[in-house]
Design a protein around this ligand. Structure first.
Ligand SMILES: [Zn+2]
Length: 134
């Protein structure tokens, strides 16, 4: 999902934030360009555009995006960092262990055959597939 500047502006206002140039730049990166970035990744990227931007501004902005339902925050076992995913549809992930990058895997690419006790109700399944790209 790619959002225009105007749509991002509207979403930030809806989340109660003034759409400053800094915040818009962060949002454009997180929503339209970045691949599962952590707050540290976002800060490193945005430092080029706005030297001296605070980590708090980055946190507040991604939190607003999360509140607006435009990103989901995910923590995987392989890292202690929370990553922000602009793909908010249900999907799984492939971790390229060489580069540390995550690829989205669509649910139809994975077949899961559950054989669970009858008295459990599944709310969510998260899968991280690890490997290498060839
Ligand atoms: Zn993803």
């Amino acid at each position: 999902m790619t959002l225009s500047s105007e749509e991002i502006r509207t979403e930030l206002k809806r989340a109660g934030m003034r759409p400053t140039a800094q915040r818009l730049t962060i949002c454009q990166y997180v929503l339209n360009q970045a691949n599962h970035p952590s707050v540290e990744d976002i800060k490193a990227w945005v430092d080029d555009k706005f030297p001296g931007i605070s980590l708090a501004t980055v946190y507040n902005t991604v939190h607003a995006l999360e509140t607006a339902g435009l990103v989901q925050a995910i923590r995987f076992d392989h890292s202690d960092k929370v990553i922000y995913d602009s793909n908010t549809e249900p999907h799984f992930h492939f971790l390229d262990e060489d580069s540390g990058t995550l690829l989205d895997i669509q649910p139809e690419q994975v077949q899961i055959n559950l054989n669970l006790p009858e008295d459990v109700l599944v709310n969510d399944i998260s899968i991280l597939i690890r490997g290498k790209r060839q």
